[in-house]
Design a protein. Structure first.
Lengths: 555, 136
């Protein structure tokens, strides 16, 4: 307990006195809630934390339940990885951006793929029209992946790849590129997002229905436990859930629920929880509401530790650790007065650091307009470097731990998120809940509620519904050259011409057979990409065997 | 008294882009404002959007795009509407569309492009003022 009983009694009495005084004064005519609509008390005292146990609720950094951080030394041992998400145009374009970022002091790569790659279509597919290289880099075959990572030794960087329904294919290509560089798979370090549950909930890139999609996710996890031990085969992501308009509590709850879903599926597959759980990683959003966000990270760590230990009986402390990447909230940025976004990103990034994240992407000020320019990316990266090396917040671990407000919010978020998880358990698990549209509808409701608050000006967005400027100063934006598509199609044509097409057909057939037999698909996919079978061709096998998922279109 | 037919609006997502927060909010706001709304869900081709619009006899099509494919999708929808003799269906849209691209889209026949930050109230108002039942 933070205070002895006697003192707590006095605090309670004094607090009542204070409350009476507080009631007497007029207050500003605004709602004192977080951006998620959570009530925030005017003052938190030890009386609000009665029964709070330091040892069981917080403990020490690097020890169960990890509320104060997953590592003993946290940022005194090693700063977080500054990982700016990059990808646009051709593999050559993105390779150049990667090298630029590494030269600027960035310590890890993070790859954005274009929509056709993310959805399983080659660049020459009619559905890819207008989208090749637009939102990320275009990858149709191993030939593109070879260019994307050319001149970058894969054992000297950690690479994150944001890709999901085609993650198994792109990961297979990455493994083959490593092999060709002479880098053993056991030396590869990085993350593949590969989180299909949140795709159905929020990000909405898919090929097949939820169950076969999760089967392929588990294939990648199982494969990594055996052959790529340092790799994070899934990044359980709340980021997109939040971007879709959820509250912070929904983000926390549905992300942890997705994590539970994967653990259950892996156990079902016959894996031992301690053999795969240390490789699971997470990815959260970091939004504007400073304390709510810090509390979210701390609550997430404590919840995951308890769930892994108590619900799944994990014994290895590394299985209890929630390691997370964070990205500042894209949806918080405004097209109006874009320079203001630099300030928003700085506040969000500071919350992520005070929340104890392991890696961080800071958005660039121009991202509501287009993919970022080099100059904008540089400011975003510098924001992290200023926090790390000028602000001093890294000196002491979990520096806000013990703040009455923060502990109160951490407790509250954990409690409310656990209520959602209980509800999902009652429904029959997260996959069932997704099939019924439960998280999707909850998020759509929250997003609509938030929009109405903005429209009624109950919530302020500076430059959008308050402090509006008539004169906007335009900033330069990145343009993607339309010739990218032609060049990509040209390379793909060359790949199709040069490869051994009977070997490709045989490999595709083998994937289909393995899929029908319920085998792990990874070894077959690796063989296929080696023969330059394309991403679209392998995705077609998924479509043929597992069927295609259609958006139920809830709104 | 014969009830006036409600204005019907198709809200659509074209291409592979999965960002549907805006589309769903606009669909809901228009429905709450008393319009009849059909939401296509994600990942539709311009062909499917135009076919659905004609089948459902809508008065307007609202397209949300955040993927950068707007310079292909909007003109293609307008071309297909013309081809099918349904170019009295009004097309409008929103999403991440750079300011520089807006004049070109308007010139090609898009009636309005709403920028990020537009309130649902403004969109509802615009629809009330600009969309009339077809064939009247």
């Amino acid at each position: 307990m933070l205070f002895n009983r006697e003192e707590l009694e006095i605090i309670k009495q004094e607090k009542e006195k204070w409350d009476r005084e507080y009631e007497r004064f007029p207050k500003r005519d605004v709602t004192f809630t977080t951006i998620s609509g959570m009530e925030v008390p005017p003052l938190v005292t030890p009386a609000d934390l009665e029964g709070f146990s330091y040892l069981s609720e917080l403990g020490f950094p690097g020890s169960y339940p990890f509320t104060r951080g997953v590592y003993n030394t946290m940022y005194r041992g090693r700063l977080w990885t500054m990982r700016q998400f990059a990808g646009f145009g051709s593999p050559e374009d993105t390779n150049r951006r990667f090298k630029f970022l590494l030269e600027q002091g960035q310590t890890g790569l993070s790859t954005a793929f274009d929509m056709p790659t993310l959805m399983g279509y080659d660049c020459d597919h009619p559905k890819a029209t207008g989208e090749v290289g637009k939102e990320g880099v275009s990858v149709s075959s191993l030939a593109d992946m070879e260019v994307l990572f050319s001149g970058i030794k894969l054992d000297e960087v950690t690479t994150s790849m944001t890709i999901n329904c085609t993650a198994s294919i792109v990961f297979a290509m990455y493994l083959v590129v490593a092999e060709k560089q002479g880098v053993g798979w056991d030396r590869l370090d990085g993350t593949i997002q590969n989180d299909m549950l949140k795709e159905f909930i929020a990000q909405r890139e898919w090929i097949c229905p939820p169950r076969p999609s999760v089967k392929i996710v588990v294939d990648v996890i199982e494969f990594c436990t055996k052959y790529v031990p340092k790799w994070h085969p899934v990044s359980i992501s709340g980021y997109h859930i939040r971007e879709a308009g959820s509250t912070a509590i929904q983000e926390l709850a549905f992300t942890i629920a997705d994590g539970i879903g994967y653990v259950e599926e892996c156990i079902e597959r016959g894996l031992n929880v301690d053999d795969f759980a240390p490789q699971l990683s997470f990815f959260f959003n970091v939004h504007n509401d400073f304390f709510e966000e810090i509390a979210k990270f701390r609550a997430a760590r404590r919840m995951w530790a308890r769930i892994m230990k108590e619900r799944f009986g994990a014994r290895n402390p590394r299985s209890w650790m929630l390691k997370t990447h964070a990205q500042t909230a894209g949806c918080s940025l405004t097209a109006q007065q874009p320079l203001n976004n630099i300030v928003r990103v700085a506040i969000q990034a500071l919350a992520a650091v005070l929340g104890g994240v392991q890696s961080l992407h800071t958005n660039s000020m121009d991202e509501t307009l287009a993919l970022p320019t080099e100059e904008a990316v540089k400011v975003a990266l510098r924001t992290q470097q200023i926090i790390a090396e000028e602000s001093g917040v890294v000196n002491s671990i979990d520096p806000l731990g013990g703040s009455y407000l923060l502990e109160f919010l951490t407790n509250k978020m954990e409690k409310e998120a656990l209520e959602y998880i209980k509800k999902i358990d009652e429904i029959g698990g997260i996959i069932k809940a997704i099939e019924l549209g439960f998280p999707q509808k909850e998020i759509a409701d929250a997003a609509y509620r938030y929009q109405l608050e903005l429209d009624r000006k109950e919530r302020v967005v500076v430059g959008v519904n308050k402090y509006v400027s008539d004169k906007e100063i335009p900033i330069p934006t990145l343009k993607i050259d339309d010739s990218v598509c032609d060049r990509q199609k040209e390379r793909l044509k060359e790949v199709r011409r040069m490869r051994n097409s009977s070997a490709v057909r045989r490999c595709l057939q083998a994937i289909a057979t393995a899929a029908r037999n319920g085998e792990n698909l990874m070894p077959y996919i690796i063989e296929a990409v080696k023969e330059y079978a394309t991403l679209g061709e392998i995705s077609d096998v998924f479509r043929e065997v597992y069927g295609v998922y259609r958006d139920p279109g809830y709104f | 008294m014969a009830a006036e037919r409600k204005i019907r609006i198709l809200i659509g997502k074209a291409g592979l882009d999965g960002h549907d927060r805006g589309a769903k909010i606009v669909a809901r706001a228009l429905r709450d404002a008393g319009f009849e709304v059909i939401y296509t869900g994600l990942h539709n081709t311009p062909e499917v959007i135009v076919e659905t619009a004609i089948q459902e006899d809508v008065d307007a099509i609202g397209i949300s795009i955040l993927s950068g494919a707007h310079n292909y999708v909007f003109p293609e929808i307008i071309r297909l509407l013309k081809e099918k003799g349904a170019d009295d269906i009004v097309v409008f849209g929103g999403g991440i569309i750079p300011k520089d691209d807006v004049p070109g889209l308007l010139e090609k026949g898009v009636k309005a492009i709403f920028e990020p930050g537009t309130s649902t109230g403004d969109i509802v108002k615009w629809v009330r003022e600009n969309i009339k039942p077809r064939g009247l």
